[in-house]
Design a protein around this ligand. Structure first.
Ligand SMILES: *Cc1c(COP(=O)(O)O)cnc(C)c1O
Length: 384
């Protein structure tokens, strides 16, 4: 044990830095936006909300063609609302799975009693567009395909454009869970065909948790009446509510929305997807290079790695104990994330949120310190 407490990194508000897949470290100004009260039917709040809804489609270059339907709750509420409101009773979904979020979508469809089949690849393997083509050709009953943009389980970047192309060529509809990628990885609706994409307030836009949203094509939402399996998650009804009154049907997470509005201002000021994605790419590169120098290895090759969250193999050195490693980093102000993989023993470090290259360098210095404290010899070897 060191005789003095280690130096502790902190956010703009003195909190530990969250190197996780979300909720994330947010700016002080985003949090400060919440220190007021608003009436949910009051013009001041309704204007802020409308601004959020109107501007979100710009992120996918979908102005005028896509509408934003927000959904109270975490990201999964938006995914469930999208799947259950846009897939009709007689629809059939092909779910692409290479991690926990693909499995979750299948579960949502099963519970909603929607016909669904899966095309599963290992967590470190993207779906093959050729194979996807064959599956769709062999089963004409398929109406929709579901894909996760960045599968946060591993951090893999799925080939969204290639998937969209083959889905469109087969005349099927694509639904995307872009939760952890939205705002950082480009998704251009002018060149990539999809019916809807779900995301949330608390990932790459750097807001606080509590709001999901679905960007959905105007004609698709207009045709979605009567599909829903629940009242609260009915995207069509929610959209109709805004059309009629400009208001949420049920209590909105007002503070979350006001903070999200501020987070979007900061997102545009940083240069939108290019700026935000660029910072995360820098963070990701610094982190991977630094960890590799210490002897850690990544699950994914660079070309499959999204600049969102990185999966590292657990080191083989018996002196490496994950809980002690985690605690040592936590003492130094960095919260990392356990692994969620079935293919390898691993842990994860996120590089999204209000984090800058300097924070990645400090995190690496902390990793080195903790490894020294644990008596792990460097450079280390991976168990894989
Ligand atoms: C974070 C995330 C979700 C939503 O998770 P919640 O815990 O409900 O916010 C869904 N899909 C992916 C790919 C995610 O990363």
């Amino acid at each position: 044990m060191p005789s003095f407490p280690p130096r502790r990194a902190e956010s703009e508000t003195g909190d530990p830095l969250l190197l996780t897949p979300g909720p994330l470290t947010t700016s002080k100004t985003v949090k400060q936006a919440m220190v007021h009260d608003w009436g949910s039917r009051d013009a001041a709040f309704l204007k802020i909300n409308k601004d959020v809804l109107t501007r979100l489609p710009e992120i996918i270059h979908g102005e005028g063609r896509y509408v934003t339907v927000p959904m109270q709750g975490s990201g999964t509420f938006a995914v469930e609302a999208m799947l259950t409101s846009l897939v009709p009773v007689d629809g059939k979904v092909l779910v692409l799975i290479n991690g926990a979020y693909g499995h979750r979508a299948k579960r949502i469809l099963d519970i909603a009693r929607r016909d669904a089949i899966t095309y599963e690849t290992p967590e470190d393997t993207p779906p093959d567009p050729q194979r996807l083509d064959e599956i769709m050709k062999a089963d004409p009953a398929i109406t929709h395909v579901f894909v996760v943009h960045c599968e946060t389980t591993s951090g893999i970047r799925n080939p969204i454009e290639a998937v969209a192309d083959v889905v469109a060529r087969n005349g099927k509809r694509l639904l995307i869970d872009a939760m952890s990628a939205f705002g950082a990885l480009p998704l251009d609706s002018r060149t990539t065909a999809f019916d809807a994409v779900a995301a949330s307030s608390n990932k790459c836009i750097e807001g606080v948790p509590g709001l999901g949203f679905v960007l959905v094509k105007q004609d698709v939402i207009a045709g979605a009446k009567g599909n829903a399996t629940t009242l609260v998650l009915d995207l069509y009804d929610q959209w109709q509510g805004f059309q009629r009154t400009g208001q949420f049907r049920f209590t909105p997470p007002i503070h979350v929305i006001v903070a999200f509005h501020q987070a979007l201002e900061e997102f545009w000021a940083e240069g939108g997807v290019a700026g935000r994605g660029g910072r995360y790419a820098d963070n990701c590169r610094i982190l991977i290079e630094g960890m590799q120098e210490l002897g850690f290895s990544t699950l994914l090759p660079d070309h499959l790695q999204a600049p969102i969250i990185i999966t590292f193999h657990m080191p083989a050195d018996p002196a490496f104990d994950f809980q002690r490693f985690y605690d040592g980093l936590s003492d130094r102000g960095f919260l990392i994330y356990p692994g969620k993989l079935t293919v390898a023993d691993s842990f994860r470090i996120g590089c999204i949120g209000r984090l800058y290259p300097k924070d990645m360098h400090s995190a690496l210095a902390a990793v080195r310190e903790v490894l020294t404290e644990l008596g792990v010899s460097m450079p280390l070897r991976s168990a894989a």
